[in-house]
Design a binder for this molecule. Sequence first.
Ligand SMILES: [Zn+2]
Length: 274
Amino acid sequence: MNCGRCGTPLEKPGDYCLTCDTANTDAVVVEFGSDRATLTMLEETEIRGETTVATIPETDTDLGSVHLRNFAGRVADEVRRKRPETVYAAGVREPLRETRAQLHHEFYRVPDDDAVEWVIDRQGERALDVIKTPPREKLGGTHSTLIGGREGRRAISTVAEYPHVKKIIPGPIDAGGTGSQSGLRAKVTRADENGNVRLLLRDGSSVQENRLVTTAMDRQTGERVRDELNEALTDAELRETWTQQDSSSSQLLERDRNQSRRPWRRITGSVTGY
Ligand SMILES: [Zn+2]
């Protein structure tokens, strides 16, 4: 593959061109498996190339975390040489998290099923506009109090980082619940017909329902935003599914669709090329 601007041959598809100082990839979609990651390079809606980073299974070592870091490091190296604007990632959580920690790119988790298609749809249709407002300026409304202290603010900033969230309007606090678990928990509820969602925060017996105005225009695209935000809350270790006995309103009874997670198998091999 050659550079789209100056024609210089590129070592790998989608590489940044050092000759004319131009990116050939807008976005990289990384799909993590337990022993391999597939990177798909996109320029707008076109697939420019695909690369796989794999590990070699080894059984006689106990270096899982080292191998995890090495695996993630190889993926991160592949991303860096493209210099994309945005990285989208799906799949197995541990290498995804480790890769995110090693990169300084705009990085979003996307739904696991057909992740590349999901990103292409969005790149193409622009069904979901993005908002450039800094996260801290998205908080509005009259109830500015948030439950959960620092953890509550962390939940709010986790969703505020997302460019599909326009505005966060904190709601009234209901302290009449019967929750027994300690620690702040958060989840995003089903989208309404305008594509907006609610962020439920629970801290002990207190529950707060905060409105999130999104860039989605209908329920279907709102559900995509919801999936994305719930993944982010899971990654931030803030998310939990409410159960019937510790709910204080009917909306908390809703079951999540995304409870099942792919089991993570520890990486027990060294990282190889592709
Ligand atoms: Zn070039």
